[in-house]
Design a protein around this ligand. Structure first.
Ligand SMILES: [Zn+2]
Length: 157
């Protein structure tokens, strides 16, 4: 999988300008790291804040990603829209001994690559159980009916 150029962001403009913020809006962005993504693809807002000599705060908000899921119950495909998760990390300019950071600033080009980091964070948040709206409705109706059904049996005894 290769990175799409639009996920590579130049951070040189805000480098070493303490507490300088930069907001970037993205829309209709495709990624092979999220193979289930559908038209109109992904939209999100990136907020960059230069924190100290070697640290940059990277925050992604307003994520909207329509994803094709297959319902575990009826087997039909449906669209699950991933929304509103805030993803935040620190990106470091200098190499750290510990491996705790998830984003690295490319020292030569002064860029960060958001693609894999963003897509991995979305992938983690996708529900394990896939249920289409129709099956969700059916599921709710059946679980609501359960106590009534039990009480009928109880009365008949
Ligand atoms: Zn279903």
């Amino acid at each position: 999988m290769s990175t799409h150029w639009w996920y590579i962001i130049k951070v040189s403009d805000i480098l070493h300008n303490l507490w300088v913020k930069d907001t970037l809006k993205f829309s209709n962005k495709f990624s092979t790291f999220l193979p289930q993504i559908q038209d109109p693809w992904m939209s999100f807002t990136v907020l960059l804040i230069w924190l100290s000599d070697d640290q940059l705060i990277v925050e992604i908000t307003d994520i909207n990603a329509p994803l094709k899921q297959t319902c575990d119950y009826c087997g039909k495909d449906y669209i699950y829209t991933f929304t509103n998760k805030i993803i935040q990390t620190k990106a470091y300019l200098w190499e750290k001994d510990d491996d705790q950071f998830e984003l690295e600033i490319d020292k030569k080009n002064k860029t960060i690559n958001l693609e894999k980091w963003l897509c991995d964070n979305i992938q983690i948040e996708i529900p394990v159980v896939n249920m289409c709206k129709k099956c969700q409705k059916k599921w709710r109706e059946e679980t609501e009916e359960l106590p009534k059904y039990n009480s009928v049996i109880w009365k008949s005894n």
